[in-house]
Design a protein around this ligand. Structure first.
Ligand code: INI
Length: 156
């Protein structure tokens, strides 16, 4: 490993700007994800005035908002938050597929880290577990991933 150059992103939020796109659908869950994401960014040095939050109706609408922000706004990273909970129809699968594909596309097209902080679960209990209880907070985790990627990409 002596001559191998290792690149790793640090969790540094100082002087960086972030946008958060959050869906209003299942807002009890997404509100908790937002708290987690804000907690992560501010703990790592991002000023609250450098964070903008954009509300969309549901997870399906997240990619369009993220794409618009990636084009128009001066942001270092975008954090997407939503909660898709399985129901009786295949609507769940369609919303999950389109939101995940769309978010990945925005990130690749723009070159900006766009985090996938959408909990996709079979029931409300599993969603609660991922929104600040038993299984952590996916909003916090997603913000960490975006912080790391912003710093890593700057090193290349
Ligand atoms: N949107 C969600 O964010 N979560 C869901 O669980 C959900 N379900 O189950 O229907 C959901 N549907 C709405 C969708 O995201 C769009 O807002 C809607 O289809 C209008 O385009």
């Amino acid at each position: 490993m002596d001559q191998v150059q290792i690149f790793e992103g640090q969790l540094r939020g100082e002087g960086r700007k972030f946008a958060i796109v959050i869906s209003r659908f299942n807002s009890t869950i997404t509100g908790r994800l937002l708290e987690g994401a804000l907690d992560c960014l501010t703990r790592h040095g991002t000023l609250r005035e450098d964070i903008s939050v954009y509300y969309v109706p549901g997870a399906f609408e997240i990619p369009l908002m993220a794409q618009t922000l990636a084009k128009k706004e001066d942001v270092d990273g975008i954090i997407c938050l939503g909660a898709v909970i399985r129901g009786a129809t295949d609507h769940y699968d369609l919303v999950c597929a389109e939101s995940s594909k769309g978010i990945a596309k925005v990130s690749l097209d723009s070159g900006i880290p766009v985090g996938f902080g959408i909990v996709t679960t079979n029931n409300i209990e599993q969603a609660i577990e991922r929104a600040g209880t038993k299984a952590g907070n996916k909003g916090f985790d997603t913000a960490m991933g975006v912080l790391e990627m912003v710093d890593l990409l700057e090193q290349v």
